[in-house]
Design a protein around this ligand. Sequence first.
Ligand code: GLP
Length: 260
Amino acid sequence: MEIIIQPDADAASLAGAAVIDALIRRKPAAVLGLATGSTPLTLYRELIRRHREEGLDFSRVTTFNLDEYLGLAPAHPASYHFYMRENFFHQVNLSAARAHLPDGLAADVPAACRRYEEQIAAAGGIDLQVLGIGADGHIGFNEPSSSLASRTRVKTLTMETLRDNARHFTDPGEQPRHVITMGVGTIMDARTVLLFAFGPAKARAVAAAVEGPVTASVPASALQLHPRAVLFLDQAAAGDLRRREYYRWVHENKPDWQRF
Ligand code: GLP
């Protein structure tokens, strides 16, 4: 794992955007895995800026989002379809046909999950997956106890996640308890993983994921087994890392040839 601790969330987001920019310029038909939540908002804003001002071209890019609520229509303001349209898709030149999210309204959910995996494989696999992290250590919506080999499927949210995400629902009765999410195994197949975590509420989960044992109790800890997982943290999210001075030292002393 590579741990990059930045002065603040904006600096971490900009550094992550530069990695994605470099990938797309090197490989214009790149396949991106995308995340929702408050964490990647600045990352998306910076990618939009680079599109508008620096010619970053998404016309051949394909995207697959991590997850979607079961039972929410794409027009629902708390759906991840809605979030992606508002915060990213509509502001870059990404083809709608190449922007994928799990179908929260699928009539046959297991078949839709299998098809999602097939679509990812048919696109050649995910080059770079963007991740946030839940306060309980989840990635995507892979809650604690998720199999580390899991593929896209339905999950039941924990009470903690329901509480954390309740702010997105004006009517609490509309908040689904079930979601479709890529599995931990799906995420682990991505060739590069960038995980972003900001703020003190994420410090415990980050420390468990980076310095704790690899365990299904902290799904993000599976990234310890990933050959190219990079964590972009602000000071607060790095606050519980015992070896944070070492991670800073590594970053400062990184040979030029090893930099992104
Ligand atoms: C949700 C999403 C995750 C996200 C997490 C953290 O549960 N499914 O992909 O990483 O929330 O959200 P936030 O970035 O808002 O803290």
